[in-house]
Every structure is written in C-alpha cells, then in structure tokens.
Ligand binder design. Structure first.
Ligand SMILES: [Zn+2]
Length: 248
C-alpha cells in the first residue's frame, strides 16, 4: 500500500488589520497556505502580499519565532500588525518619502518632522539605497518598494488622502513635533531673520505688512505669517491636539 504524499501546509491567522494586503480569497480568519519546507516564514508572509514592514512579531503555535523560521506542516502561524507607536532603534527618527507623497512630506515638515522627499522618480533601488545610507524610514504606498532588503526601515502609507496619511504616520511613529521650525520646500531648518536682512527677497506688500520672518538655512526661502497661515495653523493645531507632547 502506498499513498500520495500530502502537500505540507500551515494554518495562517492574519490579523484583520493586515487582511487587505492579501488576495480576497485569503481574507478569512484562517487560511491554509502550502509551504515548501525551505522558504522562511518571512518569505511566505511577504509572498502573500503583506510587506514585512507592516508585520509585528510572528507567532508559531503561540511562540514568537524569527522571520527566518522555516514553517513545517501543521504549524499554526499568527501574524499581527507592527506595534504602535513603533520604535525605530539606532538613529534619530527621520523619513524619506517617495515621489507620490509630496503633500505628506510638506505637512510633516510643517510640523518639524525631518522628511526628505524625492520629487522625481529616482527608481526603487536608489530610494532604498538612500533610506539605508541616511537611516531614514521609507514611506511609500508601493509594496514592491517596501519588499527591498536594503531598506533601513519602511512603512506602508495606507490612505491616498493627505490628512489621513498624516494621522497614520503621526500615530504610528509618534515623532516629536516642533511646528514652524522646518522649511516645507526643502526640509532645511528655519532660523529667525531680521526684516532688514530679508527685505530684498520680499514683495513690497509683504515688506509693508509683516515684521516677523524666518529663513531657511539651506535654501534661503523666507517665511512669514501670510495668506496661507490660517490653513497651515489649522493643520498644526489639529496635529498638536491629537499627537502633541501634552497628550502623549
Ligand atoms: Zn529650504
């Protein structure tokens, strides 16, 4: 008597928060996943569509295992989302945003969060290399980019709406907020500037109306409380109310 060997498989329990990453057929509470006895659990999870940047500890039969664990037939694997706030060890918290996240980059800078941004598409390899070289958390809505091994750290930005994106990132990483200290155009830091020093860079109307200025140490752009101030102040006030230090 002989029987056909059964294909080894695991029982996967994906946290509801992570289910939208996987194919519709796998969005139930438990799903059976075939394994090959060679691939790591990290690879198995990733190949289902879940970026590892989004996964917290991996549990096998209730015990935490490293991502290199090779799952065996019959194991029950649980995948939970990364902890919030997420700690990124080893460097001051700073970000790198891909070409699609310009508005989010400017809003983070408005709040004083170090947010480098590539306004042209330099390609996945170059972005990942910059993340590694400058130890920046790469923010992207591109899962392929987040799969790259060389990333320092990364996060999938869930919404395509800038206000929701901002809340997502502030809630996830809890960066220290220092509004009005950073250039929204280039990410440089601002310093107070004399009216006399910046006068030649201002329009006549601005020169007559305003007395308090700041300038970017990197690009020289001059800032004052002008036409867009109320709108920007509202973004700042909302962020401070929800994520400022007093409420942390
Ligand atoms: Zn600047």
């Amino acid at each position: 008597m002989s029987s056909l060997p059964t294909r080894p498989e695991i029982l996967l329990r994906l946290d509801p928060e992570l289910r939208f990453f996987v194919a519709a057929a796998r969005r139930s509470e438990e799903t059976r996943v075939a394994v090959d006895g060679v691939s790591s659990l990290g690879h198995v999870v990733e190949s289902l569509g879940v970026p590892l940047t989004e996964a917290g500890p991996l549990l096998v039969d209730g015990r935490e295992v490293p991502r290199s664990h090779v799952p065996a037939d019959g194991e029950t694997v649980e995948v939970v989302p990364v902890e919030r706030p997420q700690r990124v060890p080893g460097a001051p918290l700073r970000f790198l945003l891909d070409v699609h996240l310009g508005t989010l980059a400017r809003r983070l800078r408005l709040l004083g969060v170090d947010a480098a941004y590539e306004s042209t598409d330099i390609g996945d390899a170059a972005l990942a290399a910059r993340s590694a070289a400058e130890r920046r958390v790469l923010l992207s809505r591109d899962r392929g980019l987040l799969h790259r091994r060389e990333l320092w750290a990364g996060a999938f930005v869930r919404s395509d709406r800038p206000d929701e994106q901002l809340r997502d990132i502030l809630g996830r990483f809890a960066p220290r907020l220092a509004p009005w200290t950073r250039c929204t155009a280039c990410n440089g830091t601002l310093r107070a500037a004399d009216k006399a020093t910046v006068a030649t860079r201002l329009e006549g109307g601005t020169r007559r109306t305003y007395d308090v200025f700041a300038e970017c140490e990197a690009c020289g752009r001059v800032y004052w409380r002008g036409a867009h101030h109320a709108q920007l102040a509202e973004i700042v006030d909302q962020a401070l109310a929800e994520f400022g230090e007093d409420t942390a």
